[in-house]
Design a binder for this molecule. Structure first.
Ligand SMILES: [Zn+2]
Length: 365
């Protein structure tokens, strides 16, 4: 990974603006609880990836991105980026180069502004935030499911789906836009579903700052069963916000290259199904890596050292999908041929695949 951790050349600061609906939905200071926390996760993930001695975090990277951080294979840019900027089919960056660049930029190159129009990203929350979206007249776009935001002059689809968790908009309305508006602006909406209280054994916590790390120890879980990243990640608004930031201008990461979206777009299982190259240009794997970096910094009271990471019982990372199926990535074909990725790695007893959390004293900070 030589050179990847050299300090990047200075980039202009990007600005975010926070609508009052965010503090209301968060029941506190949204910026501290979620924006600054998400940026801290990115900072810690960057630092851990750049460390030559943090072999555990290198293992977590390998698990999520299906490739060692030292891999030199280059991959194309995200599809969303190409949709906005035109086709660039060149092999662009390695998995670790891309992930490091995105993490560093998100951690270091943003600041808050009170001037909405100059903001690169405007964040809204809850039903109050969503209320600004207006349906486009049916037939105008053919689908009847496109909305526009008259304040930020953006269009988006899927705004009115049930129990909306979150979405990002960055396509401008075709009508003339106020000249004071940032030309490459976007919005993040965290819908009412983002704060939905999950059923046990899910842990209901929206920010890690309010979590007692002792709750992550298996012995404190229901039936003493291992706590998994899924128990924790679903309710974390900070993880969701980090995911959504990965979609805005500057990153334009994808949700998935599985256009049937059969896996959804979030969660640990979703991450485990992303193949090498794809994982590094998708939003959720980056958000999940940030979460693991934050967990590695967490210790139950009374513990002098250590942190949480993925269970190590299954320590053989299988490599990318293409390593076992070089000519394609057809699920049925692979299953028929009994590829090792399915037979061994996807086995139900695989604790890493389940995202089981364990506390290890040798995790360094
Ligand atoms: Zn997404």
């Amino acid at each position: 990974m030589a050179g990847s951790c050299d300090p990047p050349s200075p980039a202009p600061l990007k600005l975010y603006w926070i609508d009052p609906s965010c503090d209301e939905a968060a029941g506190g200071d949204f910026e501290t609880l979620h924006v600054l926390e998400a940026r801290h996760w990115a900072k810690r993930a960057y630092e851990r990836l750049c460390s030559d001695t943090d072999t555990d975090f290198a293992r977590v990277f390998n698990l999520i991105f299906k490739t060692p951080k030292t891999d030199t294979k280059f991959f194309p840019r995200p599809d969303n980026w190409q949709e906005v900027h035109g086709d660039h089919l060149d092999q662009w960056q390695t998995s670790s180069q891309h992930v490091l660049a995105v993490l560093y930029d998100f951690a270091h190159n943003w600041a808050r502004t009170d001037n909405r129009q100059e903001a690169d990203v405007r964040i809204y929350a809850g039903a109050r935030g969503l209320s600004r979206w207006q349906p486009l007249l049916a037939g105008l776009d053919g689908s009847g499911n496109t909305h526009f935001d008259p304040i930020n002059c953006l269009v988006a689809s899927g705004v009115d789906r049930d129990n909306l968790q979150a979405f990002t908009a960055y396509f401008s309305t075709p009508t003339p836009v106020d000249e004071n508006e940032h030309p490459l602006r976007g919005t993040i909406d965290l819908g009412p579903g983002a704060w939905a209280v999950p059923e046990p054994p899910q842990i209901s916590v929206t920010s890690l700052s309010t979590l007692d790390p002792a709750l992550l120890l298996s012995e404190n879980n229901q039936d003493g069963a291992p706590v998994t990243i899924t128990h924790l990640s679903r309710s974390l608004v900070t993880r969701l916000l980090l995911h959504e930031f990965m979609h805005v201008h500057g990153y334009l990461l994808d949700d998935s290259h599985d256009y049937d979206n059969e896996d959804g777009t979030a969660g640990w299982w979703f991450c485990m199904r992303r193949w090498k190259g794809e994982a590094a240009v998708c939003a959720e794997p980056v958000a999940m890596l940030g979460l693991w970096a934050a967990l590695a910094d967490m210790r139950p009271a009374g513990m002098a050292r250590g942190g949480f990471t993925v269970e190590r019982g299954w320590d053989e990372i299988p490599g990318g999908w293409e390593d076992v199926h070089p000519d394609g990535r057809d699920d049925d074909e692979a299953e028929e041929e009994g590829m090792k990725w399915d037979e061994d790695w996807m086995d139900g007893g695989n604790s890493a695949l389940k995202g089981e959390l364990r506390f290890y004293e040798d995790i360094t900070n």
